[in-house]
Ligand binder design. Structure first.
Ligand SMILES: [Fe+2]
Length: 154
């Protein structure tokens, strides 16, 4: 598969196009890992962790600059998951795939569904209730959908 964008099932679509694009990429990477050979899994799990780091950092930035009241709880959830993934990455690099494969195959989809429909959905409700920030983010999405937040310029 050459593109990892636009693979987000409609039930997970939120107001923010960049967030949807990143979430679609997350699902594609999970799908690729879930069907990978052990060798391919070991070679590509790090890419998934790197993508997730960027994904969470971007959301944290949006939450921070939009003064989201639930910022700390949501960012703490990101940190918890990222710490677990980084631990798994260390294991994978040492040739131990069991925990990482278990998370990808048995927990990633459930975590994603809950996180998007509960936490990210609540954040988007906050974000698009704020007129100036909403306008800035919608402008970013509408122009190319690939840039990072422009909230700090508002
Ligand atoms: Fe999130």
């Amino acid at each position: 598969m050459s593109s990892t964008s636009n693979h987000l099932p409609v039930e997970f679509e939120l107001e923010n196009g960049q967030m949807n694009k990143t979430h679609g990429e997350f699902l594609v990477l999970v799908e690729q890992l879930s069907s990978a050979s052990d060798e391919a899994f070991a070679l590509t799990f790090g890419n998934f962790v790197t993508h997730t780091k960027k994904h969470f950092a971007e959301e944290n930035e949006w939450m921070f600059f939009s003064k989201y009241p639930e910022y700390e709880d949501h960012a703490a959830e990101h940190s918890k998951v990222l710490e677990a993934l980084m631990s798994m990455q260390s294991q994978v690099e040492a040739g131990q795939l069991t925990n990482a494969k278990d998370w990808i195959n048995n927990h990633a989809s459930e975590w994603f569904e809950h996180h998007v429909l509960e936490m990210n959905s609540a954040f988007c409700n906050h974000l698009y209730g704020l007129s100036s920030e909403a306008a800035a983010l919608k402008k970013t999405r509408d122009t190319d959908g690939t840039n990072e937040s422009k909230l700090e310029e508002v």
